[in-house]
Design a protein around this ligand. Structure first.
Ligand code: 6PG
Length: 245
């Protein structure tokens, strides 16, 4: 489990308040970095409201759109137009609604459908952006990484029991998992941890069981993220209900 002194817990009354707190945090992180700031986004349903709030007033007027670059912690290997695509979701909720230079959007290339090929292509994108093949402990790739948690404790597309949890050399990996309908590309743990800050956003009563488990089970993928910087948990009251976080 992340070093306690660096872990902050934010319990908000409801999903809207939790999404608002995360949107503010993303703005704060973008403003905290001089020059280019890279933000790594979560997929799934929970962060949709965060992205919508970033595109709305007042946040959209304070956000440094020109110098922020956008990356994805994982992607479903489906066409970019598919409703299952994380990129498609962020396109609808954010990218199409704000003045982002197209060159600042770094989606996982999913053409061709070969997850490993897509992962290697994304590794090249990440390393070119970072300017090196090796992550330095004193230079984070991302200003902020936003993650979600699945009912089984997965995060990004890092699934329980997967060998990818132990990957320390690759930056992105292609995989299939029986718990999800399509192949995935996921960033590996060292890359997700190369962040000024990492935050989990978890809401809803249906998630409080896994939130409770995470307090005791360090094997779960979401419990294995130990960023050098601060780790934040944004939970609504329903998700935190039985958790000790
Ligand atoms: C994905 C995500 C995944 C997600 C969790 C929670 O591509 O599905 O990156 O890790 O964060 O599955 O998903 P929900 O927010 O939909 O519950």
């Amino acid at each position: 489990m992340a070093n306690a002194s660096q872990t902050e817990r934010h319990i908000l009354p409801d999903p809207t308040a939790a999404a608002g707190a995360v949107a503010e945090w993303l703005l704060e992180r973008a403003l905290a970095v001089e020059g280019r700031a890279a933000l790594c986004l979560a997929g799934g349903n929970t962060p949709r409201m965060v992205y919508e709030m970033l595109a709305d007033k007042p946040l959209r007027e304070r956000f440094p759109w020109d110098r922020v670059h956008w990356f994805f912690g994982d992607e479903r290997v489906v066409p970019a137009t598919s409703p299952r695509s994380n990129y498609h979701m962020v396109r609808e909720t954010l990218f199409d609604r704000v003045p982002i230079p197209p060159a600042n959007i770094h989606a996982v290339p999913t053409d061709g459908g070969d997850a490993e090929k897509c992962a290697r292509a994304y590794e090249t994108v990440l390393k070119q952006f970072y300017g090196s093949d090796r992550l330095a402990a004193n230079r984070a790739l991302f200003a902020a990484t936003l993650l979600g948690v699945g009912d089984n404790g997965h995060t990004a597309s890092l699934f329980p029991g997967s060998p990818v949890l132990h990957e320390r050399r690759r930056w992105a990996v292609g995989l299939s998992d029986p718990s999800v309908p399509e192949p995935r590309v996921t960033l590996t743990i060292p890359v997700l941890e190369s962040s000024g800050e990492v935050a989990f956003l978890v809401t809803g009563a249906e998630k409080h069981a896994v939130v409770a488990r995470l307090a005791h089970d360090d094997e779960l993928p979401a419990a294995r993220i130990h960023p050098a910087g601060r780790l934040r948990w944004f939970l609504d009251r329903a998700a935190a209900n039985n958790g000790r976080r």
